[in-house]
Design a binder for this molecule. Structure first.
Ligand code: PLP
Length: 403
């Protein structure tokens, strides 16, 4: 259907017929019979929790992202907590991060008793701006925590260079970016530690789950110990060596990802390449379709970056529209398109306001983006019809509100 034909139809929010009958979510997992089979096999085996599947999943994951070590966790949030701990964040320390992220990124700094310090993002990729990072460095800064927003790698070379110059550690929150590439390197092998999530809307799911990758064997050892109550050996290792003795050497947590979840992750990982290819195809289709649509600014890709497209966040060009983001959002939802907003900048959340005061206005690029962002449905199981419905609904709504 051409843009002109959809633009003349009444919006569903005004009583017209919605573009879709059924609701299309912004993200959704895909689970195959092979996934189910792999999980059932583990359920019938001797090890439900830390068993052979954990090692297999970690080894396959490390190989896929080109890292020496991969340590699994019960969630991306637990993985971030462990990475922040392993980076040595303690009370009195500061870590610089982006406000345009899910709160878990900066919460992990708080879990360690340290202080998150926000720096603004660049207006193209909405990733941390290296110049703004430099301005926030103090004698208390210990770490930089970039986020690969929407799956587009952060400016990791520039950030690594700043970190090296100031003796800081880089934890890349790549919860959006499994499979992304930055130049000739894979996300997961660029920062000192990289954190991934296996939530169902991600490229690979284990239900809940997360991973930290690193080149550094000492960091890997700390991460393994931290996820196991601070105990240096796990039950399976002790069983193998015929030993019962163990000691707790640090205050850790139970953040162990079970074998059941790792079996699912192993199967899902086999489809990462096809999942990425599909997401890249959908992104290209969207970007192409929106060239002719007024008021839509598609996400920007820097040369040399190959994003993983966890999200496809458009920005509204509000000057060209007679509606604000809330109206466009409601109109798209009424068309049964499951749009979303990523993210409320973290410093604007009530908890952060209570802890750190009202910082609104301090991060103008992130805040301006927030007022205009709309995430469109993006998941690898989307059909051609789903993609066509999204482009038709966006055209219909935007043409209606265009001046
Ligand atoms: C940028 C970012 N960091 C961290 C997380 C936390 O991951 P999880 O949900 O696996 O705890 C998410 C989750 O979606 C995320 O988007």
């Amino acid at each position: 259907m051409g843009i002109m034909s959809v633009s003349t139809q009444a919006l569903a929010i005004h009583g017209g017929t919605p573009v879709r009958r059924s609701y299309l979510p912004y993200g959704h997992q895909s689970v195959t019979d092979a996934d189910v089979q792999a999980v059932v096999e583990v359920l019938r085996s001797d090890w439900l929790t830390t068993g052979p599947k954990v090692d297999e999943f970690e080894a396959a994951f490390a190989a896929r992202v080109g890292a020496r070590h991969a340590v699994s966790f019960t969630s991306g949030t637990a993985a971030l907590h462990a990475a922040a701990f392993a980076a040595g964040l303690r009370p009195g320390d500061e870590a610089i991060t982006t406000p345009l992220t899910f709160a878990a990124t900066s919460n992990c700094v708080l879990y360690c008793g340290a202080t998150p310090v926000f720096a603004d993002v660049t207006s193209d990729t909405l990733n941390l701006d290296p110049e703004q990072i430099e301005r926030k460095i103090t004698s208390k800064t210990r770490a930089i925590l970039p986020v690969d927003y929407a799956g587009h790698p952060a400016d990791l070379n520039a950030i690594n260079e700043i970190a090296k110059r100031h003796g800081l550690i880089v934890i890349d929150d790549a919860c959006h970016a499994l499979g992304a590439e930055y130049g000739d390197r894979r996300v997961g092998s660029i920062a000192e530690m990289t954190v991934f999530s296996f939530h169902p809307v991600k490229h690979v799911t284990t239900g809940e789950g997360g991973m930290v990758t690193t080149e550094d064997p000492r960091l890997a050892k700390t991460l393994r110990c931290f996820r196991n109550h601070g105990i240096s050996t796990d039950a399976r290792e002790r069983q193998k060596s015929g030993q019962w003795f163990y000691e707790m050497v640090m205050l850790g947590f139970n953040y162990r990802l079970p074998d059941i979840a790792c079996a699912l992750g192993l199967e899902q990982l086999k489809r990462l390449d096809s999942n990425l290819a599909r997401r890249r195809e959908i992104a290209a289709r969207y970007t192409d379709a929106f060239r002719e649509v007024p008021g839509v600014i598609p996400p920007f890709t820097r040369s040399g970056a190959n994003p993983a497209w966890h999200l496809y966040p458009i920005r509204l060009d509000l000057q060209k529209l007679s509606a604000d983001r809330a109206q466009v959002f409601s109109a798209l939802r009424a068309e049964n398109i499951g749009v979303n907003v990523h993210y409320i900048p973290v410093h604007l959340h009530p908890y952060y306001r209570q802890q750190f005061g009202d910082r609104s206005g301090e991060f103008p690029v992130a805040e301006d983006a927030y007022a205009r962002l709309v995430s469109l449905p993006m998941f690898h199981a989307m059909t051609e019809q789903d993609v066509a419905d999204v482009t038709a609904a966006v055209s219909k709504v935007m043409c209606h509100y265009a001046h």
